[in-house]
Design a protein around this ligand. Sequence first.
Ligand SMILES: [Zn+2]
Length: 370
Amino acid sequence: MRIFNAANLLSPRAGCRYVILAFGRCGRGIAAEHRRKAPNQMKEAEIRPRELFDRYLLLSSQDAQALLSARAGFIDVPCPACASPDAIPAFKKQGFNYVLCRACASLYVSPRPTPEQLLSFYRDGEAVKFWSSEFFRQTAEARREKMFRPRAQLISKLAGRASSGAPQTLVDIGAGYGLFLEEMKKLDVFHTLVGLEPGPDMADICRARGFRIIQKVAENAAVDDCSADFATAFEVLEHVFDPLLFLSGARRLLRPGGQLIFTTLAASGFDIQVLWDRSKSVYPPHHLNLLSAVGIEMLVARAGFSLLELSTPGELDVDIVANMADQDKNLPLPRFVSQILACDEDGRRQFQSFLTHNRLSSHIRVVAGA
Ligand SMILES: [Zn+2]
């Protein structure tokens, strides 16, 4: 597969597994990226030019319909965050059932495609081929500048905060073309940069760029694959079949005391809570797991990590709801939310700040200790 950075799913040799992330970034993942205060603000058109993105969405929808035709084989799953089987129907979207965990309020797809079905979806789908051959190639440099560089700067900051000495090794889960690793290399924070990348073509490209590559998915990671000080996984969790297996694999890549930094979408965030099934973040079959902040805390503990930080640095929740309301004058909104949207810019900004500081944004960031 030839998408970029982290993503993940199932079985070995799935060059494509890591394509998933690409989709996250293609959809709401990119919105989430906007939420960081990057010095160089990203323009949507640079990252996903309209014509290309429309074509991608069309192909993606066709692939999803093909997947649905095999829904008889889908699997019922308990809550991917807290493991409770106690869930109530939430809604159906594009043929996929979302349910709500009564224990932790995570929102997730169940029944969901099997790992093998997801693998085929991500490996053989027309949307993936289009993304790999056209979309990524045409937007790679813009993405490097607007997404990977700010990410590298963020990790550099977090690593500096966490370590008294020089951090030694970072492993990027889903290294893709190695653009994030290249940006990290420029910052010269880590002595060794490693990529986890199952796709043979992309793994070769990363190696040609001088990086050590572990050619597998995180779920299959072994203790002796790596002993990293830091691991990164940006917007992968919402895509994977089993978040617990994913995080457990990521933990095996870390030395004791090492840190995993991951970002994902949280159902407990304001815009998803308000828009619910209308939210563009609710995007099946790509976004299978929209966990709550509480659920993510439980998941991190179940995977054997200690939670060092769970924050919601998102800055776009109010804007996302306002944009949807602008586009659809009949959008049903709670009266109080309409009052928020009627505030002036300063009022909206203050409300967003309240969300950000109270774990109520849908863009969530976790730092977890192994
Ligand atoms: Zn739950």
